[in-house]
Each structure stands twice: as structure tokens, then as C-alpha cells.
Design a protein around this ligand. Sequence first.
Ligand SMILES: [Zn+2]
Length: 258
Amino acid sequence: MIQSSHELWSVMRLVDGVEVLELQMVGVSGRSVIHPTLIWDGDTVMMIDAGFPGLLPQIREAMSNAGIPFDRLNKVAITHQDIDHIGSLPDIVREAPHEIEVLAHAEEKPYIEGTKPLIKLNPDRLLKMAGSLPKEQRRQMEALMANPPKAHVDTTVVDGQVLPYCGGITVIFTPGHTPGHICLYLNHSKILVAGDAMVVVEGELRGPNPRSAYDIDTAVKSLQKLTPFNIETVVCYHGGVYEDGASARIAELASASD
Ligand SMILES: [Zn+2]
């Protein structure tokens, strides 16, 4: 479905032990830029979200450029089931020299494991779109629907759980974009890895995108789950890093949902 005609990537170090990877894809709906986050401490190297299918070469290059080679990766946390977040997960698990522990919320586990069809990889929606696509892209999309990415989820996480890695990582259950979406708060650096709970558009932090949400009302309400945290930096998978008064801006977005 998604062609990587250019191997484009860059990396951005937020603090020691936290790097944002910026990966660019040229796909059926044009150019797409995504932002997986890499965190590490001692023996733990965790990637948060795993990109579109076919991105492993870029992930490898970006990681080695960040000074954290792919071979050190041992955990992947998935914020939610969408194809741009789990696409390269099977390749990562297969190619990594170490056992990779995959973490996700229990609500997302059956979709990631392929026992339930991915909510947004909906044949009706995609076939309608595929009808107007060039033949090769249509063929790729049909192949993806016939064989979506899947991987075993080793560890399910729950709201409020603090994962004992990298100075403590708090799981925040923020359903709406999908039924089991989570954000991850890095306690030490006060960085919120927001997945698709929010987006950055033209430098502005915004609430969840209604066009891609499974349940937009729930997604907007979930912003209230974020307000108790002292957040200095937000990493949105779509749009990247936001730092300008992050907690205040999130409070503003959350109060609009009352
Ligand atoms: Zn996404």
C-alpha cells in the first residue's frame, strides 16, 4: 500500500534518553510524516509506535544516527492499532536480534494480534478509495487488506500503571481515536508521548482529528485524563514536538470538551 520511494528520516534529541524519529513516507494519499519516539536507559531501549509497513530500513538508519542501534531495541509500546503505528511491527519483531516485548492496552491486543480486523482497515471504505487508484497502488492496498500486519502483544498495560523503565513511564488510557488508545507520560522528563490523542498542525497543538477518530466524542473527553500531569513537551505522532506552554494548552483543549 505504502511505497517508500525516498528513504527520508531525521532525528531530534529532546533530552538524554529521548529521541523523536521523523520518518517520511510517500503513500497512496500523498506524503506522510510520522514521529515514533525512542527512549532508553541502561539495558532498556523502547520504541513507541512502529510506523507504516516497509519502514524498517528507515527505522534502522534513524536509530543508528541517534546512536542507539536497532540491535539494542528490546521493547515496542504501541499507542493503538492503526496501520501507521503497527505497520512495521512484524518486521521489527522478526528482524531484531533480541526478543522484543510488545506492550499495548488490552482493548487493542486482539486487533494488533489479528484476531479482530483492524477497525480502520475497512474493506468497504478502502475498496471505494481503491477503485479510483492506479492499478499498482490498488494491488498493494488489496494485498495489505488480505494480509494486515500483526504481532503478538506480550504485555497488556492499564490506566495509571507506571512502567519501571527510563525513570518511570505512566500509562494514560485515552480512548476515542481507537477503543484502546493510550498516551505515555515520561515522569522524569515531563514529556507526553501523545500518539494520536492530539495533533500538531502548523505549530499549534490541537485536539484529536475528527476525520480519523473512531469515536470523536470519547476522544475529546479523554483529553481531561491528561490535565493532572505536568507536561512540558508533547510529542504528537502526526505533527511532532510541541513545547509552548503545553500543560496550559492541553487544559484549554480539555475544557472545550465540558
Ligand atoms: Zn496515526
